[in-house]
Design a protein around this ligand. Structure first.
Ligand SMILES: Nc1ncnc2c1ncn2[C@@H]1O[C@H](COP(=O)(O)OP(=O)(O)OP(=O)(O)O)[C@@H](O)[C@H]1O
Ligand SMILES: [Mg+2]
Length: 361
């Protein structure tokens, strides 16, 4: 048995050499030598390299494309590492993110987002908390170096007002958690596409969304965002990029996978290469294993309650109300409904009872 993905791919290469068409065998030998010659550091990058090699061997891409892809992958990683190591900016901002998330205040408005930006980047960026006054493009690895089309500088205010207005009117009442996640992904990608600031849009979006999600009763922190910050960004880019000539259309599925992990405890693999515009094959398999039946039948608020009940089955309604941020009366109504829906069960009567979670979350 191969011990890891790396070894498995090595074995696949051997297989090509032995059984493949002459041309495949030749290409495989070349790759094997190339990979053997350089000490491939880090499983993640080597995996990406081998994946690209396979596509080349099977004739789906030419060697120029393979080289370009690998190069840009390394470059982008390098740039990000430099940002993180070189300037300490990321550390400063992380500390401020934690501080902001510790505060319970929140108002659902563009002004709130602006304030968040200002507090995150004060004394770091010259225009912290100010909308940009020029148009921008940003080259993205995930889009083969292309850029998302961001809102033009003179439409920032209007588009923000529009998106926030729409979301304010939207009702999550009675929506299944799966549909609610879809909607949240759509709203998030919509406001991110506006990119109102010159820099720091993704981080301020993350903080804003975390605070927004807290109003639904979720105890979300920045960890999953920070750990998957490049994935989060790439998923947002894919949600806002079309190249219909090449069969690429904007999709929020990658972002939904992120939110499914964050909110529903799914364990989708959040790999950047799955999101790359050239990555075809595997994504079909990924989608197929996605979305099992986990709590299809409950709303976001119910899901938040379920999570707390799992953590502490003997929690009181008062405590629950405090954590979820709703009145005791609402919690009472919800738990009755949830019992009727068969999501939870009350054991041992009223006083010393415990909650049993029946729903599969
Ligand atoms: N939620 C987060 N928490 C902590 N660090 C983050 C988070 N999101 C991004 N980062 C880090 O911040 C740096 C810059 O990230 P990135 O350029 O993707 O986003 P941004 O500057 O916030 O937004 P944009 O470039 O789209 O305006 C990277 O080093 C990244 O790892
Ligand atoms: Mg940036």
């Amino acid at each position: 048995m191969p011990r890891n993905d790396h070894e498995k791919w090595q074995m696949d290469l051997e297989e090509y050499i032995r059984q493949g068409e002459p041309e495949q065998s030749e290409k495989s030998t070349a790759w094997k030598t190339a990979i053997g010659l350089q000490d491939v550091d880090g499983l993640k990058t080597s995996e990406y390299l081998l994946e690209t090699a396979k596509e080349h061997i099977e004739g789906r891409i030419d060697i120029k494309t393979a080289q370009k892809r690998i190069q840009s992958y390394y470059e982008q990683r390098q740039i990000r590492t430099e940002i993180e190591d070189g300037t300490k900016e990321a550390d400063f901002v992380s500390a401020r993110i934690t501080e902001l998330l510790g505060e319970r205040t929140f108002q659902f408005s563009p002004a709130e987002w602006k304030t968040i930006h200002k507090r995150l980047f004060k004394d770091i960026f010259p225009h912290a908390g100010e909308y940009r006054t020029y148009n921008i493009t940003k080259s993205e690895w995930v889009l083969n170096g292309e850029t998302v089309l961001y809102a033009s500088a003179d439409s920032i205010r209007d588009t923000l007002d529009y998106d926030f207005g729409q979301e304010k009117q939207f009702s999550y009442e009675g929506l299944s958690a799966g549909d609610a996640v879809k909607h949240i992904a759509k709203f998030t990608s919509g406001i991110w596409q506006i990119h109102p600031f010159c820099e720091g849009n993704t981080r301020s979006t993350a903080v804003f969304i975390i605070k927004y999600l807290k109003t639904f009763g979720f105890s979300v922190n920045n960890e999953i965002f920070a750990e998957n910050s490049w994935y989060f960004r790439n998923a947002l880019a894919r949600a806002n990029y079309n190249d219909l000539g090449k069969g690429i259309s904007a999709t929020t599925i990658y972002l939904e996978r992120f939110f499914d992990n964050l909110l529903m405890g799914y364990q989708n693999e959040l790999k950047n290469r799955f999101i790359h515009v050239d990555y075809r094959e595997q994504s079909a398999i990924q989608s197929a294993i996605e979305k099992d039946s986990k709590c299809n039948n409950c709303t976001l608020e119910e899901l938040a309650i379920l999570k707390e009940l799992l953590k502490n089955p003997s929690i009181t309604q008062k405590e629950l109300a405090g954590i979820i941020g709703k009145s005791e009366r609402t919690i009472k109504t919800r738990t009755v409904e949830m019992q009727e829906k068969g999501l939870i069960r009350r054991e041992n009567g009223k006083r010393n009872g415990r909650w049993e979670v029946i729903a599969n979350i």
